[in-house]
Write a protein that binds this ligand. Structure first.
Ligand code: NAD
Length: 496
């Protein structure tokens, strides 16, 4: 089969385990209940393997292991030792990358070609955290207290981190948490999505073999409402790093009140990609298209509302449809595929239902709109789909679809484009395509969102940081601000 001929031995051995156990205190262990969940290859629509269905007792055990590790020998590691560990992690990821992307491709459906292209971003992220490990410092301050009082601030790791991870790219996204944990001296319990847990389990094993001490990174798989909720509500967890939907973010805020957990929430989006009449369409067309279709639309900052100035809307649309024709949808292990399936049957149903909603609302479906047939008919494949003549009050322009569906919303002038962009509850990403610096900067200043790209889409540099405003959450991934949320500040007054 295609699968056997492409998979390397390590990936194949890993995927052929009967059950993927939890990873707690450096060991693979079954769930206390013995229950399992199936996980599916979305390209084939068939069971891939089984996951342990973790719940409260497993979370208790993992949090205990993480707490013991936090208090133990790990707390004596110097910044240079933690930095060297992160450098070793980078080396191991480099060596094992092909195995990891094959597991990720089978588990969540992204084509291997796309995943191979994410390697530089992953390596950059780990290097960023390695640099941060040896850069943790407080301040010494002059203060207003009379006498011989010196004041300083110290930074200390907050403790046990609960990391709740979505399915749309766990191989990379887990390192926003793992990197900061290893750099700061915290420990973690990770709860990956029940739809894509495998790369998180595999990484935990590989990193332990590479020298991450037992108990520092633990993984409890299971359902969101069971293992996820138990982690968010656990009194032994100091901080939650959550990436996922706004609705789940809301229930995590509620659960976290038990012990006033610190939260970092990276939530949904409905980003506007604004194409002005003076845009270079040679760049804007593929840029705007891949701003939506990359990862089959399953990217939080996907620019799903493509706002196009009316004088160029016909030309833009024609060129966009020609570009969409060049996209190749296929099995995640098919090296020539540029787009894969969506993650699950329920996501497929959701995306197709939004296509029906768009039609019923009076938008014009210009291409796509259905599932793929032939060899791909059992997988969760949706044709890349484009709607024209969309207005911003339609549900397809307001709600996060998280699938390969692009809406073209015409506008007359830049002020109207800014107003449309802002007329949404989310504020995550966005872009402007214009050859005029003043137009571009007017849009950059006018749109309320965590990130703006000008004449490009989707760059993320850990040095700069990435986060949302409005209902897209709070807290930054990357930048010194990210590290700060894994540390607390202690003020010290010394009268000598
Ligand atoms: P989701 O909210 O359904 O699930 C995310 C994680 O939360 C999963 O591990 C899930 O098991 C867990 N979970 C579910 N219910 C829970 C509960 N009650 N308590 C604790 N944990 C619970 O999201 P998803 O469908 O996996 O991912 C898609 C969503 O994630 C989209 O909305 C997307 O925009 C968002 N996302 C945001 C970013 C960002 O950086 N802003 C990045 C990627 C994805």
């Amino acid at each position: 089969s295609q699968q056997d001929s492409v998979l390397c031995k390590q990936a194949s051995d890993f995927l052929s385990r009967d059950v993927q156990h939890l990873f707690i205190d450096g060991e693979c262990v079954p769930a206390a209940s013995g229950r399992t969940l199936t996980t599916v290859d979305p390209s084939a629509g068939e069971t891939l393997t089984r996951l342990a269905a973790g719940d409260q007792p497993d979370v208790d055990r993992a949090v205990h292991a993480a707490r013991e590790a936090f208090k133990g020998q790990w707390s004596t590691w110097t910044p240079y030792e933690r930095q060297a560990l992160l450098t070793r992690v980078a080396q191991v990821l480099d060596e094992r990358f092909e195995e990891l992307i094959q597991i990720e491709a089978m588990d969540m459906g992204a084509p291997v070609s796309r995943l191979r292209g994410t390697k530089p971003a992953l390596m950059k992220m780990v290097s960023f955290f390695a640099s941060q490990a040896a850069n943790i410092s407080g301040e010494t301050l002059m203060n207003g207290i009379p006498g011989n009082v010196t004041t300083m601030t110290l930074k200390a790791p907050v403790g046990v981190i609960g990391g709740i991870i979505p399915w749309n790219g766990p191989l990379n996204s887990q390192f926003w948490i793992i990197g900061a944990v290893l750099a700061s001296g915290c420990t973690a319990v990770l709860k990956p999505s029940e739809d894509a847990s495998l790369s998180v389990l595999r990484v935990a094993e590989i990193l332990h073999e590479a020298g991450v001490p037992a108990g520092v990174i633990n993984v409890v798989t299971g359902l969101g409402k069971e293992a996820g909720h138990a982690l968010a509500a656990h009194p032994g967890v100091d901080r939650i790093a959550f990436t996922g939907s706004t609705e789940t973010g809301r229930s995590i805020i509620q659960a976290s009140t038990v012990n006033i957990k610190k939260l970092q929430l990276e939530l949904g989006g409905k980003s506007a990609d604004i194409v002005c009449a003076d845009a270079d369409l040679d760049k804007a067309v593929p840029g705007a298209a891949m701003g939506v279709f990359a990862n089959s639309g399953q990217i939080c900052f996907a620019g799903t509302r493509v706002l196009v100035q009316r004088s160029v809307v016909d030309e833009f649309t024609e060129r966009l449809l020609a570009f969409v024709d060049t996209l190749r949808v296929g099995h995640s292990l098919d090296g020539s595929a540029t787009l894969g399936p969506v993650i699950s049957q329920s996501q497929l149903d959701k995306v197709l239902s939004y296509i029906d909603i768009g039609r019923a609302e009076g938008a014009q479906l210009l291409c796509g709109g259905g599932r793929l047939g032939g060899d791909l008919k059992k997988g969760y494949f949706v044709q890349p789909s484009v709607f024209g003549g969309v207005t911003n009050d339609m549900r397809i322009a307001r709600e996060e679809i998280f699938g390969p569906v692009l809406s073209i919303v015409p506008f007359d002038d830049v002020d109207e484009a800014i107003a449309i962009a802002n007329d949404n509850e989310y504020g995550l990403g966005g872009a402007v395509w214009s050859q005029s610096l003043s137009t571009a900067m007017r849009v950059v200043h006018g749109v309320h969102t965590g990130t703006m790209w000008v004449n490009c889409y989707g760059y993320i540099d850990p040095l700069v940081g990435f986060g949302g405003t409005k209902m897209s959450g709070y807290g930054s991934k990357g930048s010194a601000a990210h590290m700060d949320t894994y540390l607390y500040t202690k003020s010290v007054y010394m009268e000598l």
